[in-house]
Write a protein that binds this ligand. Structure first.
Ligand code: PGA
Length: 250
């Protein structure tokens, strides 16, 4: 069994000014030298430029936390995939539960954004995950399968290989209540089987699936060792260099 290359992405959310972002990445660089994981920092839009400059000469890739699906036009306050690509952004988080909850993103807009990300040469990190009420009602598998299918409508096999799917149970985000490795693996496996149904076994085996939700240095290794978990999307613990570097070690 050969596992996929781990991808550890920090989701900074609305944290760090451009100066703080630059200082953070410079401090992180030497700490991740030995890591074999792909390392991504998803920074606020205004931090992208300084972060890319600071990351030069390292393996750290810079991601955005959102994008609009149109290329340009009258969408006040929005940023397009074309703009991100032009700046040197590699990945973009799409459909994070906070975007779904606070900014009215739906499966439909998530799908449009995923298609737009591919159009402009960005790799989407597509977030899915159930609420506590859904878990308690036994709806986790059904809900997550639906979110995956809806996000990938019209996405080709060639494209989906470049996508990352982040399974983030909402009840574990920012709560300190991490899913157990078994709970996380169970759902990541369901996601991989859904990919197999939609595409093929070969394609499903190539897509990287992250776990997110209170990932920390002391639980990352166990989570990332599970067969269908290929790294993590890390919020709070990605804001400290030593902690994030330890998580990136896999
Ligand atoms: P957390 O956030 O690690 O702080 O729980 C994860 C996320 O929202 O991506």
């Amino acid at each position: 069994m050969s596992k996929r290359k781990l991808i550890v992405a920090g989701n900074w959310k609305m944290n760090k000014t451009p100066a703080e972002a630059s200082a953070f990445i410079k401090e992180l660089k030497p700490l991740i030298k030995g890591s074999r994981s792909e390392i991504v920092c998803a920074v606020p839009f205004v931090d992208i430029q300084t972060s890319i400059t600071a990351a030069r000469g390292s393996r750290i890739k810079i991601a955005a936390q959102n994008m609009h699906f149109e290329e340009k036009g009258a969408y006040t306050g929005e940023v397009s995939g074309q703009m991100l690509k032009d700046m040197g952004v590699k990945y973009v988080i799409i459909g994070h539960s906070e975007r779904r909850e606070y900014f009215a993103e739906t499966n439909k807009t998530v799908n449009k954004k995923v298609l737009a990300a591919f159009k402009y040469g960005l790799k989407p990190i597509i977030c899915v995950g159930e609420s506590l009420a859904q878990r308690d009602a036994g709806l986790t598998a059904e809900h997550v399968r639906y979110q995956v299918k809806a996000a990938l409508l019209g996405v080709t096999a060639e494209q989906v290989k470049k996508a990352v799917i982040a399974y983030e149970p909402i009840w574990a985000i920012g709560t300190g209540r991490t899913a157990t490795a078994e709970q996380a693996e169970e759902v990541c496996r369901i996601i991989r089987l859904t990919l197999k149904e939609l595409y093929s076994k070969r394609v499903a085996c190539m897509v990287r699936i992250q776990y997110g939700g209170s990932v920390k240095a002391d639980n990352a290794h166990e989570l990332f060792s599970m067969e269908d978990i290929d790294g993590g999307l890390v919020g709070g613990a990605s804001l400290k260099t030593a902690e994030f570097a330890a998580i990136s070690a896999g």
